[in-house]
Ligand binder design. Sequence first.
Ligand code: HEC
Ligand code: HEC
Ligand code: HEC
Ligand code: HEC
Ligand code: HEC
Ligand code: HEC
Ligand code: HEC
Length: 512
Amino acid sequence: MHRLKACVLLLASLAPVRAEDTCARCHPSEAAAFEHSPMGRSLGPPSVFTEGRIVHKLSGSTITIQRRGALLEHKLEQRGVIAKYSVAYSVGDGIVGYSYMVRLGRYLYQSPASYYTQTKSWDLTPGYETEAHLDFTHQITSGCLFCHTGTVNFIGGTTNQFGDPPFTAISCERCHGSPAAHLKNPVAGSIVNPVKLAPSRRDSVCEQCHLEGEVRILNPGRDWWDFQPGQTTESVFVTYLRTAAPGTLRAVSQSELLAQSQCARQSGGRLWCGTCHNPHAGEPDRAQVVRRVCLSCHNDLFAAGRHQAAAECVSCHMPRLRPTNVAHSAVTDHSIPRLPRAQQPEAGDANPELKAWREPDPALARRDLGLAYFDRAANTHTAPDLQEAYRILSQLPPQQRQDSAVEADLGSVLLAQGQTDFAIRMYMRASTQEPTNARYVYCLGAALERAGKMEEAVKDLKRSIELDPSRPDAYLELAQLYRRAGHEAESRNALREYLRFMPQNIQLRLPD
Ligand code: HEC
Ligand code: HEC
Ligand code: HEC
Ligand code: HEC
Ligand code: HEC
Ligand code: HEC
Ligand code: HEC
């Protein structure tokens, strides 16, 4: 979902001691309620064992989901070639559904099969629909886990290799921050309590995961896991939204919707996620909790016959929406409209402007915005976004252009424009600044190949594979390069190398 970027990470402190146990001694009810909530069960061993079958016409593949003893097996078949994996983990607690991860050595991949609660059926995982070859090749990224886990056990210096166990479900510190000071001195005030923070810092606690936006951009040298409750998200990363026409139903995040409500806008920051959702309240009758919340502000609502008496407020003012941009999803209308909105699909404008949810430090605003346009262009392949990215990034002051992310993105735009030599220069700078970034080295190799510099290209593509043997692109590029140069044996060798890493790869084993 998100490309891997900076590689700076916190590591050793993520020992798999469950913070919950430490906290539960003194806060048994808070700990128990949270652990039974969907967030406390955000991922774990597979829980749904329903069998099923998915047929994907575009790739001509079939996925069969079968139970094998205590294991859940996902079996993929395309033209007689079969790949079978046991599911290692499932993501989600079934509000919408579950996605699954398989493990290959130190790496985790997303299964193309997901289970959907509403239809009680299996279907493709979002993002796989348009693939010509289904496979277990979508890597689980740091960004994905940032929203679904508590702590992550990365192997020294990597962003995609995992120790055992690889992670924990969402845990106390994701909303309360480091407990160190509190455990030394367990009193009120020695640990973050979101409810006591200023509005933007308070809201950031939930937004770190609940506001995905169109793209999120890390500030220079930052990693997702740098974010600590008590900060604003902008001190680590910036979320960009598209500026949709008002009233369209594309917005899928509760944060964006709530921000549109008159209730939030006209009550000076008093209304926030925690007003209606207390992660420690167990499973209350939410309709009644919400009614009390509504009436705490609209206390004279029923006076003088202004409004019919009502036993709950949600059915008319917070109905379920079915956004058209995400299959199988339903989101509650957190914009609290006067009248339920007409469920119209999004209006035309395919390429509206990006806008920061909150602006970062002014010195970073243009840099982050330029990178955001680039990321959107990379996701959706739109030329105007690429041009906008280039316009913004190439006009940055010189010292800001010496940022590896900026250099790499400029390199990619230049490569797309056929300015190979300039692109090479940019990728060289980026990979000198971040010598262990396999993507930058891969891009450099690909650019060198376009410039006809075969030997150097081979060297960098191989270096990229050494840095990260899990990325198929470098092997495939290398194989193609050899083939074009007429070196068939070397070409087959490069593919065999990849099969050594991923022995069940479907595409490489398909008969010609
Ligand atoms: C030795 C007992 C003890 C342990 C262990 C402990 N706490 Fe506390 N905690 C307290 C006490 C006492 C208070 C203050 C309660 C009060 O004033 O009502 C408190 C208050 C809090 C508050 C509210 C802070 C505020 O300013 O409003 C939070 C949040 C909290 N603890 C979280 C945790 C978490 C998370 C852990 C585990 C990492 C933890 N506590 C471990 C004793 C403990
Ligand atoms: C570390 C990421 C993360 C943080 C921080 C986070 N959430 Fe969540 N939240 C999730 C995920 C993931 C789910 C979906 C859980 C599932 O089904 O697996 C979720 C589900 C929910 C749900 C729906 C399930 C339910 O309990 O009714 C609510 C409500 C919710 N979160 C509220 C909040 C609020 C309020 C905050 C801030 C105080 C917050 N979340 C902070 C990731 C997070
Ligand atoms: C920006 C944070 C973010 C990222 C990145 C993200 N998710 Fe989520 N995801 C959420 C939140 C929040 C929810 C709950 C949303 C809701 O119910 O409105 C969710 C819901 C889900 C659900 C449904 C859970 C349920 O109980 O129905 C699955 C499955 C899921 N995500 C898988 C993934 C996978 C796999 C990735 C990475 C490839 C990923 N997500 C990336 C935040 C994120
Ligand atoms: C998804 C975010 C989130 C997670 C995760 C979370 N909390 Fe909280 N916690 C909150 C919020 C929000 C409040 C403030 C609730 C309120 O007063 O409205 C809170 C309040 C508290 C309090 C103070 C209660 C009081 O009555 O003042 C304690 C203690 C606490 N949490 C402990 C924990 C422990 C222990 C864990 C891990 C098991 C945990 N929290 C996980 C969001 C979270
Ligand atoms: C923190 C206070 C607060 C809470 C809580 C609150 N509101 Fe509001 N609400 C307001 C304010 C302020 C306005 C704007 C002035 C007005 O219309 O009274 C408003 C406006 C509205 C409107 C008119 C919106 C429009 O677009 O004209 C509706 C409908 C509404 N609220 C319903 C609700 C419902 C239902 C709830 C509970 C789900 C709720 N409110 C919770 C403060 C609040
Ligand atoms: C005025 C009350 C209110 C506020 C404020 C509020 N919610 Fe909700 N939320 C609801 C209601 C009502 C539901 C639907 C309840 C149900 O189905 O159990 C809901 C459902 C959800 C769900 C489940 C998925 C969905 O959309 O149905 C998530 C996740 C969620 N809210 C997150 C948030 C976040 C994040 C915030 C802050 C940006 C927030 N909520 C603020 C009332 C509120
Ligand atoms: C059966 C549907 C229904 C239910 C249930 C309902 N409302 Fe309404 N409400 C409406 C309609 C319709 C309007 C708009 C009336 C108009 O604009 O003429 C409205 C208007 C409002 C307004 C704006 C009033 C004004 O004078 O501007 C508020 C505030 C409000 N509702 C709050 C609530 C609260 C709080 C609850 C729960 C106790 C609730 N509503 C339950 C249908 C409902």
